[in-house]
Unconditional design. Structure first.
Length: 294
């Protein structure tokens, strides 16, 4: 049997998942896998879930190596795992302990099957584009400047709407007057962007989306465009500040800060079952075709 290294991540808010975590650990131990666990999650397992785990090592920060990364939680947990994996090229499998779960789409009762599939090499990996964020002038970003889902430019606190001037490869596109603007990857198109009317984009479609949040003009429509372009965004605000949210991690910026978005030089690998279908996921998660009268 091949020797595999697993990196285990999880959220620390769901005590009900203790049986699933215990099941996963037992299966991996039976496979004689080398298990590395995020330190914060490891402490939570011991102190809150009363689980006795014996990992090969603990993960602190982003300095780790593994063959497979497993995250237990919802899509937010998956995004955090993706941030930790970064450009390492480690496939990530998401076990859904939450509700909807487009990224974390393996049910707890499928844990044994997905681990067996990994050992049998009976799985696929989908490469997902990532947005890279840079700033010029004004403020320098303090956090991780990459987004698997989206980058949102938003008004600060309860200020009036903001004006966001957008250029595409140096050519003026338009100035959005709105509460904000979301630049999303295909992965993020079923997240925040979808909730404000953005288009659903199929993974590996080679596009990004721009969707205004509560635009002042009713004729503003979502836009999809090649992911090979570079977006430049400048903001005007009555408060002279705005928020930039990168996969939900927010930072405050002065309006003198220009935000530059482009495709990152790496992709995130999402591990899926061999028979996985994105369209089936859409139908099941969004209940397409369901008759509400039944």
């Amino acid at each position: 049997m091949q020797k595999l290294r697993f990196a285990l991540f999880g959220n620390i808010y769901q005590a009900k998942k203790s049986a699933s975590v215990h099941n996963l650990l037992q299966i991996l131990e039976q496979k004689q896998a080398d298990i590395y666990i995020d330190k914060e999650f490891f402490m939570y397992m011991h102190q809150e879930l009363n689980l006795d785990a014996h990992p090969k090592g603990l993960i602190e920060g982003d300095d780790f190596e593994a063959d497979i990364a497993v995250c237990m939680g919802g899509d937010g947990t998956f995004l955090e795992a993706a941030r930790r994996v970064g450009n390492k090229g480690i496939p990530i499998v998401g076990i859904n302990m939450g509700r909807l779960g487009f990224l974390a789409d393996i049910a707890p009762d499928e844990i044994e099957n997905i681990i067996e599939s990994i050992y049998q090499n009976n799985y696929t990996t989908e490469e997902r584009s990532v947005l890279q964020v840079e700033t010029e002038g004004g403020d320098t970003l303090k956090g991780y400047p990459y987004a698997l889902n989206e980058v949102a430019i938003l008004k600060h606190d309860n200020s009036s709407m903001i004006c966001i001037r957008v250029e595409v490869d140096g050519e003026y596109l338009t100035t959005y007057q709105a509460d904000g603007l979301i630049a999303s990857t295909p992965t993020g198109s079923t997240g925040y962007a979808m909730s404000v009317g953005g288009p659903i984009m199929v993974p590996r479609s080679g596009i990004f989306g721009l969707t205004a949040v509560a635009p002042h003009s009713l004729n503003v429509r979502p836009l999809t465009i090649s992911d090979n372009v570079v977006f430049s965004l400048t903001v005007e605000s009555r408060s002279h500040n705005f928020l930039i949210a990168i996969d939900g991690r927010s930072e405050s910026c002065h309006e003198s800060t220009k935000v530059i978005l482009r495709k990152a030089p790496y992709k995130i690998k999402v591990l899926k079952r061999a028979n996985h279908s994105y369209f089936t996921t859409l139908r099941n998660k969004l209940m397409w075709g369901t008759d509400p009268r039944n």
